[in-house]
Design a protein around this ligand. Sequence first.
Ligand SMILES: Nc1ncnc2c1ncn2[C@@H]1O[C@H](COP(=O)(O)OP(=O)(O)O)[C@@H](O)[C@H]1O
Ligand SMILES: [Mg+2]
Length: 292
Amino acid sequence: MSDNENQPLEAPGEEAGEGSGEGIAPTGAPIGETAESSTEVCSREGHLEASGDALLRADEVTAGYIPGVSILNGTDLYADEGELVGIIGPNGAGKSTLLKAMFGLVGITSGTVTLRGEVITNRKAHQLVPLGVGFVPQTNNVFAALTVEENLEMGVFLRPGSFKERFEFVTDLFPVLGDRRAQRAGSLSGGERQMVAMGRALMMEPSVLLLDEPSAGLSPAMQDEVFFNTKQINQTGVTVVMVEQNARRCLQICDRGYVLDQGRSAYTGPGEGLIDDPKVVELYLGTLGKAR
Ligand SMILES: Nc1ncnc2c1ncn2[C@@H]1O[C@H](COP(=O)(O)OP(=O)(O)O)[C@@H](O)[C@H]1O
Ligand SMILES: [Mg+2]
C-alpha cells in the first residue's frame, strides 16, 4: 500500500499485511511513516476506535427493503460533533438507504446506530427528530402548495412556541426565505426549494442533519449555492452528513468523506485526500472523479 492511499475499511487481517490490528491508527493518525499523507488510514478496527465519541455512528449496519435482501451489508460510518461528512459512491450503492436506515425509515436487521452514545437503532423518524436528528430527502422535500413560511411552520409543529426564534435563525442564514416568506414553495427555483427543505429541517434545531443529494437536478450555479449553504449550516455548529452524486464538489467542502460501494463503507478519509486518491478515483469516481 503506498503512503498516500486511503485504506479500505476491512476487518483487520483481511488485507494482506494487516496483521491483527498492529499499526492500526487512532483518530486522524496515519499508519507507519505516512505522517505527511493527507489521508486518514482506516481499517475497520481503526475506524471503530476513531468513532469512539462520535455524535452519530452506524456500526456494521445491515438493512434492506425486502426480507432476506440486504442493501446495506455491514456499513460503518461516524460523524463527530461539528463535522461535515460526505458520502459518495456509485448509483445503487446504498447511500440513500444508509441515510434512511439511520433515520428510521428502513428497517435495520443487524448492527447498531448510536446518537451521543445512546442506541437508536430502528427508532422511528418521529422519535429521532426530537432527539436532534434532521433529514432532508432527495425528492418531494417541500410542500409545494404551501408558502415558505408555512413550510417552515411545518418544520416546527412539535414545538410551535419556538417558531419565531427558529424562523429568525433560518432567515438570517437564508435571507431569501425571509424575502419570499409569503410565496408558495412550488413557485420557487430548484435552489430556493432546496433552501426551504433545509430550512424546514433546521427549524427543529437539529444537532445532526442528514442531506440526501441536495444538489441533484440543479444548475451548476445553483449547485454551488447548495454546497455553500451546506457549509454555512455546518459552520453554525450543526453536524452534517451529506450524500452527493457530485463527488468532487462534495469532497471539496467536507471534512471527511466515505466511499460507499455495494452497501459497505469502502474508503474513508479527509475529503481532499479521497478525491486525490488514484485508487478511489479509478474504482469509484471514474470520469466524474477525474474531471477537475
Ligand atoms: N423502496 C425500495 N424498495 C426496494 N428496493 C429499493 C428501494 N429503494 C432503493 N432500493 C434498492 O436499494 C439499492 C440501493 O439504493 P439506494 O440506497 O437508493 O442507492 P444510492 O442512493 O446509493 O443510489 C438499489 O439496488 C435500489 O434498487
Ligand atoms: Mg440515492
